[in-house]
Write a protein that binds this ligand. Structure first.
Ligand SMILES: Nc1ncnc2c1ncn2[C@@H]1O[C@H](COP(=O)(O)OP(=O)(O)O)[C@@H](O)[C@H]1O
Ligand SMILES: [Mg+2]
Length: 385
């Protein structure tokens, strides 16, 4: 039996890709922030971008960089109880008495008050969190290390949690502590948090908008990654593979994964002397599989997060083969332009579509037009419910 080689591509949310492509700029900004010390802009950062663009991966990379500098890394994902979880990780033995003068303690067995189980009221949380981070930093700074806190999916955070964390971080930054804070989320984070009076502090965070990756970098990465697993790709197969990704990171992994898989299955144990090559037909079949998966993984969830009228707007756009005129879209919707523009603006903010000038908009998510066309009947039916 021939030993199996593992597929090098990682088309799974949050998984580190075989090669981190096209992110040198943002990585440099972050490293510069760590090296320049307290007060450097790169120490307070917000990373935004569409689903599948690589936000979670970049947070993981930041964590790796910080750990290599002996920093402590606390990475959390926003969901209920975020600040409490953060606190539990910063002060695993529970807050000291001075920190929790009047905690709403959930008693873990009467008599034996386990402070590790203490939950802090939201009113007290900003101060408690600040003190816990401060204490952690006391220890870290003694060995010239720092603390990196990353919050993923920040658009889904509770306002109280966001206020507590922002307040704590703001004070620590003002005190010139050795801390860095990065939050990542969908582009809607801008309208959700950055307009909030209490959270103006977050607005000053250095904005890093993750976008598509230049195709020449995708090409180099494909050649290297296939090569590294004993398979060569070139010519027409490579051209098709690269083009199909449209530079969208999740699609890069999907296309790579499915092409690799098909080419591998075709040639495994077929006496090629161990050397395999991607053929044109492998590339075509791989791209087709990748597209199917992209719909389930990206387009479906993206549309689920939109309102029925948002979807009607998108369906009206999908009738065009290229950019759509906003007045034509309004007409197809049977609405006036002012009404349609409300949805246009919402969809632009969410980076589902983009303004291409001259009164036209186009899709900002790869292959969304195709998905909408294929699923139009089903989407319309659900929207009408
Ligand atoms: N810079 C990159 N180069 C290559 N692949 C990437 C890159 N960033 C992300 N990916 C891949 O894209 C997919 C989505 O990444 P993820 O970080 O989960 O996106 P997000 O958090 O923005 O939704 C994963 O399969 C990941 O391996
Ligand atoms: Mg993510």
């Amino acid at each position: 039996m021939v030993a199996r080689t593992a597929n090098p591509f990682k088309p799974t949310a949050g998984r580190m890709p075989p090669l981190l492509i096209g992110r040198d700029g943002v990585v440099e900004d972050f490293e510069e922030g760590l090296d320049d010390g307290p007060g450097a802009p790169g120490r307070l950062m917000r990373v935004t971008g569409a689903r599948g663009v690589g936000k979670t991966v970049i947070l993981t990379e930041f964590g790796r960089i910080a750990k290599a500098r002996k920093w402590e890394v606390v990475d959390e994902t926003a969901s209920d109880g975020l600040s409490q979880r953060l606190l539990d990780r910063l002060a695993p033995d529970g807050p000291t008495m001075s920190l929790s003068l009047k905690p709403s303690v959930s008693l873990a067995g009467l008599g034996g008050v386990s402070l590790g189980e203490a939950s802090v009221s939201s009113r007290r949380m900003p101060l408690t969190l600040r003190e816990a981070m401060g204490r952690r930093l006391d220890a870290l700074e003694r060995r010239k290390a720092g603390l990196l806190v990353t919050i993923d999916e920040a658009q889904a955070a509770d306002r109280d949690d966001m206020v507590a964390i922002a307040t704590a971080v703001q004070h620590l930054i003002r005190e010139e502590r050795n801390v860095a804070f990065v939050f990542a989320g969908l582009p809607t984070i801008a309208s959700k948090w950055l307009n909030d009076e209490v959270l103006t502090f977050l607005r000053r965070a250095q904005a890093e908008r993750l976008g598509d990756i230049p195709l020449d970098e995708v090409e180099d990465a494909f050649v290297d990654t296939f090569d590294g697993s004993g398979m060569s790709i070139g010519g027409e197969a490579l051209r098709k593979a690269v083009e199909a990704t449209q530079g969208y990171p999740f699609m890069i992994q999907l296309v790579g994964y499915h092409i690799w898989r098909i080419a591998y299955r075709r040639q495994r144990g077929s006496g090629t002397g161990g050397h395999m090559e991607v053929g044109d037909a492998d590339a075509d079949a791989g791209v087709a599989n990748a597209l199917d998966r992209l719909g389930d993984a990206v387009h479906g969830p993206e549309l689920d997060g939109l309102s029925p009228i948002d979807k009607t707007y998108l369906l009206a756009m999908a009738q065009d083969d290229g950019p759509s005129s906003t007045s034509a879209v309004a007409e197809r919707m049977g609405k006036d332009v002012a009404y349609a523009n409300v949805y246009r603006t919402r969809l632009i903010d969410a980076q589902v579509i983009r303004d291409v000038g001259y009164g036209k908009v186009d899709f900002a998510i790869p292959y969304l037009r195709r998905y909408l066309r294929e699923h139009a009947a089903c989407i319309r039916m659900n929207a009408a419910r």
